[in-house]
Design a protein around this ligand. Structure first.
Ligand code: SAM
Length: 218
C-alpha cells in the first residue's frame, strides 16, 4: 500500500498569519513547535479537519491569536473544549511571556487531553489541561478567570450556560462563531439577556467573535 504523502504547511501561510496577528520571536518559536507536534499527531489522531491543514496558520493559529487584541490585559484564561488546541494552546504559547499568566484547557476526550498536555510540555506554553466536562468543571471551580473562550464547541445558548457563572464573577467571554451567527443569537436570546458585541473575524477562517460582558438568565 502507498504511504500517505507527508503533510507540509506552506511558508506563505505562516507569513500571512503573522502579518495579520504579529507575535514575538519567542511566541513564534513556541508556535513552530506546536505545529510540528500537531502535524506528527495528526497522522494518528484527527485533531483538525485534514482539508484545513495547508492553512493551519491562517485558519487556526491566527484565528486564535486575534482574541488577544480583544482582551489585552487578560492573564487568566479558560478555554472550553480545546480539542486540538484552538484557541487554548495558541493562547498558552502567547501567555508564556507574562509572569503568572495561565490558560486552563478543558477537554472531555482523554486522547485529546493527552495531546494538549504534550503540546504544553513541548511548547512551554503557560497552562494546564483539565480532563472534564465543561459544565462539571465550571460548577466545581472557583478559580478567578479574566477571559473565557470557545471555538466550534457548542451552540451559543449552551456556551452561555457554561459561561454565565464566570461572567457573573467578572470574566469576559469571547466565542469564535461561524456565518450563522444571526440564528444562534435568535435562539440564545430566548433564554438569555445579553448585549453581544460582534467582531468580524480578521482571518476569514470563522465568521465572528462574539464578545459578552454580561449574561443573565431570562
Ligand atoms: C469540534 S472540536 C473543536 C476543538 C477546538 N476548539 C477547535 O476549534 O479546533 C470540539 C471539542 O470540544 C470538546 N467538547 C465538546 N463538549 C464538551 C464538554 N461539554 N466538555 C468538555 N469538552 C467538550 C470535544 O471533545 C471536542 O474536542
Amino acid at each position: 500500500m502507498a504511504k500517505p504523502a507527508p503533510i507540509s504547511i506552506p511558508a506563505s501561510d505562516k507569513a500571512a498569519a503573522l502579518a495579520l496577528t504579529p507575535v514575538s520571536r519567542e511566541t513564534e518559536a513556541r508556535l513552530d513547535r506546536y505545529v510540528d507536534l500537531l502535524v506528527a499527531w495528526q497522522a494518528k489522531t484527527n485533531l483538525v479537519a485534514p482539508s484545513t491543514l495547508p492553512q493551519l496558520w491562517t485558519r487556526h493559529i491566527a484565528d486564535s491569536l486575534q482574541l488577544l487584541d480583544l482582551a489585552p490585559s487578560a492573564r487568566r484564561w479558560l478555554d472550553f473544549g480545546s480539542g486540538g488546541g484552538f484557541p487554548g494552546v495558541v493562547l498558552a504559547c502567547a501567555m508564556a511571556e507574562h509572569e503568572g499568566a495561565s490558560v486552563q484547557l478543558v477537554e472531555r476526550i482523554a486522547k485529546k487531553a493527552a495531546f494538549l498536555r504534550e503540546a504544553l510540555r513541548v511548547t512551554g506554553g503557560a497552562g494546564s489541561v483539565i480532563l472534564a466536562d465543561i459544565g462539571d468543571y465550571v460548577d466545581s471551580s472557583k478559580a478567578p478567570i479574566d477571559c473565557v473562550t470557545a471555538r466550534a464547541v457548542a451552540p451559543l445558548h449552551i456556551l452561555l450556560g457554561y459561561a454565565e457563572p464566570l461572567v457573573s464573577r467578572g470574566a469576559k467571554a469571547l466565542f469564535l462563531k461561524g456565518q450563522d451567527i444571526e440564528s444562534e443569537l435568535t435562539e440564545a436570546t430566548k433564554y438569555w439577556n445579553i448585549e453581544p458585541i460582534l467582531h468580524p473575524s480578521r482571518t476569514g477562517g470563522h465568521g465572528w467573535i462574539v464578545e459578552l460582558n454580561r449574561i443573565e438568565r431570562r
